[in-house]
Ligand binder design. Structure first.
Ligand SMILES: NC(=O)c1ccc[n+]([C@@H]2O[C@H](COP(=O)([O-])OP(=O)(O)OC[C@H]3O[C@@H](n4cnc5c(N)ncnc54)[C@H](O)[C@@H]3O)[C@@H](O)[C@H]2O)c1
Length: 315
């Protein structure tokens, strides 16, 4: 059945993939973005779609959801992706981060429930676990974690509020990668930076010994987790409530990643090692049993995801 979905952050990396898939599946999308870190060109594939409407607005605008619901009475699902996405920026702007990454979510979740919307899906983060040493990381570990930044604190406050409310769902993403991730941003993930080095024919730069590991998930698999969370995945079990890790459950070392990207871009295999950065977490890997029990499985193999990312970046 055709649903009308609000996607905030639709001009961003993940939001643009989600909006595109929802439209491809026959749903209508109301997009909101203020271009704090997103781009018009990310919406190129769907901005003129008949079932897409875009509002250049901030999610901090009071009463935004009520206003959108008034204009689009069929609005039924909220995908809240808009956020302060940079950890260093959150350290410099803790109040704005708390407003955008927590207070707005709390208020919008309450409003969505009052309006009787079928779900509110929030983009959480592995940063909610701080420096967790128990691996793989289970959802409940966040409850006694010490988050290392205002970004992590605000994301945790949101997902914890959602969990306690018994309405809505928080997906805690680990390291996401794929086309449209912004390599020019100083905050972008290690994969988009490596792809950038590789395409420029430069050596990869690694901070520390490269044995650090992360749980990398390709962006189209993130979209699958969104479909499951919102109940749009056709398995008939309805929307999810509570908190769910989203990852592959496998760790990949940064050194392995550098080697694969260097090969794919025909860049030198030499690596420039730099001193380890203070505060870098050594290993991170999600326990994905909870979302797997609802049918989630990463479909795109790591090397295939990297090949697609390199191909996109090289265009
Ligand atoms: N990329 C990852 O690896 C990753 C990991 C964990 C969590 N997340 C979360 O997923 C979500 C999407 O991240 P992304 O990687 O696509 O980042 P992104 O920066 O590409 O997308 C975020 C989008 O939100 C918009 N935005 C920011 N503040 C806004 C505001 N006040 N009002 C309206 N729009 C606003 C930005 O302009 C941007 O288009 C974020 O909530 C992020 O915290 C991402």
């Amino acid at each position: 059945m055709k649903k009308t979905c609000l996607v905030t952050g639709c001009a961003g990396f993940i939001g643009s993939h989600l909006a595109q898939t929802l439209l491809d599946e026959g749903h209508a999308v109301i997009g909101v973005d203020n271009f704090a870190s997103g781009y018009v060109h990310n919406m190129e594939g769907f901005k003129d779609h008949a079932d897409f409407i875009f509002y250049e607005k901030s999610i901090t605008e009071p009463g935004l959801l009520a206003q959108l619901k008034k204009e689009h009475s069929e609005l039924d699902i909220v995908f809240q992706l808009a956020a302060v996405v940079s950890v260093p920026y959150s350290v410099e702007h803790p109040e704005l981060t708390m407003q955008v990454n927590f207070e707005v979510n709390r208020d919008m979740l309450d409003a969505a429930r009052e309006m009787g919307l079928s779900n509110f899906v929030f983009a959480g983060s592995a940063a909610e676990y701080g420096e967790e040493e128990r691996l793989p990381v289970k959802e409940e570990y966040a409850d006694d974690a010490e988050q290392l930044s205002p970004y992590g604190v605000a994301k945790y406050k949101s997902s914890s509020y959602i969990e306690k409310s018994g309405y809505g769902c928080a997906l805690r993403f680990f390291n996401i990668f794929g086309p449209r991730q912004d390599p020019t941003s100083q905050y972008s993930g290690v994969i988009s930076r490596f792809v950038d080095f590789g395409l420029a024919g430069k050596n990869m730069v690694i901070f520390g010994d490269g044995e650090q590991s992360r749980d990398f998930l390709y962006v189209s698999d993130v979209v699958i987790s969104y479909l499951i969370a919102s109940g749009l995945d056709r398995d008939g079990r309805g929307p999810l409530t509570g908190v769910y890790n989203v990852g592959t459950g496998k760790g990949r070392s940064i050194r392995e990643l550098a080697s694969v990207v260097a090969k794919l871009t025909s860049a030198p295999q030499e690596i420039d090692f730099r001193p380890e950065r203070a505060g870098d977490i050594k290993h991170s890997r999600a326990d994905v049993s909870k979302i797997s029990a609802r049918g989630f499985k990463a479909e795109i193999a790591f090397d295939e995801g990297l090949a697609r990312t390199v191909e996109w970046a090289g265009k």
